[in-house]
Ligand binder design. Structure first.
Ligand SMILES: Nc1ncnc2c1ncn2[C@@H]1O[C@H](COP(=O)(O)OP(=O)(O)O)[C@@H](O)[C@H]1O
Ligand SMILES: [Mg+2]
Length: 327
């Protein structure tokens, strides 16, 4: 059993946790397009590869899969999720399991408007969203929505180009000056993050970790506190199952006046996952079991609650590297 982590970037902890959980049972191989991605140097083997948009990118990845006898592959960046999902069969032909959700679901979650339409059609509480500014203006007049509102890119990530707008001038400016923007009802409640694992064999939700976000910084949760609410677990299970997600997912939720609003899904390890692992929600072992052909029992909850996570910076020193990442 060997795992290939694509576009590992600065996600050192994720690589370290996999190594910890795999022990002597398997190797962890990482790729990135830059030799200055520190997580590369945590792995048992690493490869500098072309950018995901370059022709022939996947052939390079397939070659690594063959050379390293890879049995499972996952990516840590949004634009690559659909790509590997789309080529799931090609990976399968090489004996490699794609640890992620289907192509359709990767596309749905990448596009916040599409996810909103799905949630509305399936009657989940969610922030009212507009893709058409004229419709937004009409609803303002009809008092179906009011300021402030939140403007963000339809396919955004890492909190880039997100902003609150208190008036029409600002909302219009933000909407017109970004690429494919959406306007949302402004949510004021408690932000929550959920790290969920859906077993690749049984397709059941086997683990859920939830945290209240205390401080956000540069689009990531900087400080958070773990908690358990069975009512939220039930809603997450229903939401995840009805969508059909598989593997690791990360969900953003708002709690407002006792109602949980689903906001965003990333079908991959989120930047805040180390909090879950530190509290005992070890999803690396769940992945290891799945790669060994073993289904995991349902064990939702059971982690340490009321634990505050505080991020801090680390550095890594390496000798000069060449373009292939050879030290
Ligand atoms: N409708 C909203 N109302 C208030 N704040 C929001 C709203 N949507 C997003 N945010 C804030 O912006 C952050 C980033 O938005 P999100 O939709 O999660 O996009 P991404 O994480 O892909 O950049 C959220 O974590 C939240 O803090
Ligand atoms: Mg988010």
């Amino acid at each position: 059993m060997n795992l290939l982590i694509l576009s590992c970037g600065t996600r050192d902890k994720v690589v370290q946790y996999f190594k910890e959980s795999f022990g002597r049972d398997g190797r962890v191989i990482c790729t990135d397009c830059s030799p200055y991605a520190p997580a590369l140097y945590e792995a048992d083997a690493h490869y500098i590869v072309p950018r995901i948009t370059e022709p022939g990118y996947l052939d390079v990845i397939y070659d690594i899969c063959k050379k390293e006898s890879v049995t499972g592959v996952l990516s840590l960046i949004d634009p690559e999720l659909s790509l590997i999902a789309l080529h799931e069969e090609d990976f399968k032909a090489l004996g490699v399991t794609v640890i992620g959700s289907s192509y359709e679901l990767c596309e749905r979650t990448l596009n916040k408007w599409e996810l909103y339409c799905w949630m509305k059609a399936h009657e989940y509480p969610c922030a009212k969203t507009y893709i058409d500014i004229e419709e937004f203006k009409r609803d303002l007049e009809l008092e179906k929505i009011s300021f402030p509102v939140f403007v963000k890119p339809m396919k955004g990530s890492a909190s880039i180009q997100i902003a609150k707008a208190d008036d029409m001038g600002t909302a219009e400016f933000l909407f017109m000056h970004g690429e494919q923007m959406i306007i949302q009802e402004y949510m004021t409640g408690q932000e929550i993050g959920a790290d969920v694992y859906i077993d690749l064999i049984s397709r059941e939700v086997v683990s859920i970790f939830t945290k209240k976000k205390l401080v956000m910084r540069a689009g990531e949760t900087d400080k958070a506190i773990s908690f358990i609410d069975e009512r939220l677990f039930e809603q997450i299970k229903k939401f995840v199952t009805e969508n059909g997600f598989t593997g690791q997912i990360d969900i953003d939720i708002f709690e407002q006046d006792g109602v949980y609003y689903f906001s965003e899904v990333n079908p991959r390890f989120g930047g805040g996952y180390p909090h879950a692992y530190a509290c005992g929600a070890d999803h690396m072992t769940l992945i290891k079991n799945n790669l060994l052909g073993v289904a995991n029992p349902v064990a939702v909850g059971g982690y340490q609650t009321q634990k505050v996570m505080m991020k801090y910076n680390e550095i890594m020193l390496i000798d000069t590297v060449d373009a292939k990442g050879n030290v």
